[in-house]
Ligand binder design. Structure first.
Ligand code: PAF
Length: 297
């Protein structure tokens, strides 16, 4: 397939490299204006991908969106006029709510939503480490997307394991709850994911999970809080040495994805007049940290 990856950060570069090795024609769309971007995965050979090639974009069959949630709208909108109307768009980023704000522009296109549990870390401008083997789950956002089940097979062949999920909202909410629990806490406590597996955090994690599960129900998704708490603790253990993406953003004074993680849950709770003090307090603390940079810098 002709695939363009919008957002060649750690995760985007990891998928680009793996799909290239599987024989697909991969082009990147990054912020830099240089015509090539080099990517090296672990000890592999360096690959020079085309960057910002309009020609590649116009003939691409699949656009994979891996930019940060808050960048989706501004990064994607200018590209839409160049995309073939049948080109499939797959959103593969942390957080929820980005596609809803673009529903008018995307309604007539085949759109997929995905979630990835692979760990990736960019150690310099061109080298990416695959720090944790995970999986990719893909499902349809709209009717046209329902006809694109083969995309999961393409990913499973190129970067296994990948699976089609007929109720992708369930998988997205599961990942959202994991991110609600791990990301802001690791950023605030300035710790690696593994620290949250300590018993002292169990009660706090369970409160965050239970609140998010209540909000998922308003979205028509039933989740099991004790099972999810186990999942959160297992993710913290299996990625023990990693700094979460929000930790990295806050540490480097970059805007985080809080609006699309705990902020997404807080919005649902506000709409339904439900109190979710734990998620609200994490949301407010991260917002305060972000606001303090513009005041002091
Ligand atoms: O955002 C992240 O860092 C990851 O989604 C996760 C699963 C929390 C692991 O670090």
């Amino acid at each position: 397939m002709n695939i363009t990856i919008l957002g060649p950060g750690a995760v985007g570069s990891l998928y680009a490299y793996k799909l290239h090795l599987a024989g697909h024609s991969i082009s990147l769309w990054g912020r830099t204006s240089s015509s090539k971007i080099e990517v090296t995965l672990d000890d592999g050979e360096s690959i020079a991908f085309n960057n910002q090639s309009l020609e590649d974009l116009e003939r691409c069959d699949l656009l994979v969106v891996t930019v940060k949630a808050w960048q989706v709208k501004s990064a994607l909108l200018p590209l839409l006029t160049h995309l073939h109307p049948d080109a499939i768009i797959l959103f593969l980023h942390n957080g929820m709510g980005t596609v809803d704000s673009l529903s008018e522009q995307l309604a007539h296109r085949p759109v997929l939503l995905g979630t990835s549990t692979h760990g990736a870390l960019k150690v310099n401008s061109s080298t990416v480490h695959h720090t944790g083997i995970g999986q990719t789950l893909i499902g349809a956002w709209n009717k046209k997307g329902q006809q694109c089940e083969f995309v999961a097979e393409v990913f499973d062949h190129g970067f296994s394991p990948a699976q089609w999920h007929s109720i992708i909202q369930q998988a997205l909410w599961t990942k959202l709850v994991i991110n609600c629990a791990i990301n802001p806490l690791t950023a605030i406590l300035d710790c690696r994911n593994g620290q949250l597996a300590n018993h002292e955090y169990r009660e706090q994690l369970f409160s965050i999970v239970k609140e998010a599960v209540t909000c998922a129900r308003f979205d028509g998704v039933e989740l099991d809080a004790p099972v999810l708490l186990d999942t959160v603790v297992n993710v913290a253990k299996s990625t023990a040495q990693n700094y979460s993406s929000m930790h990295q953003d806050i540490y480097n004074k970059r805007q985080s994805e809080i609006d699309f993680i705990n902020g997404y849950v807080v919005n649902i709770a506000t709409k339904h007049h439900v109190d979710i003090p734990n998620n609200l307090s994490l949301y407010q603390k991260i917002k305060q940290i972000e606001a303090s940079w513009s005041q002091h810098d």
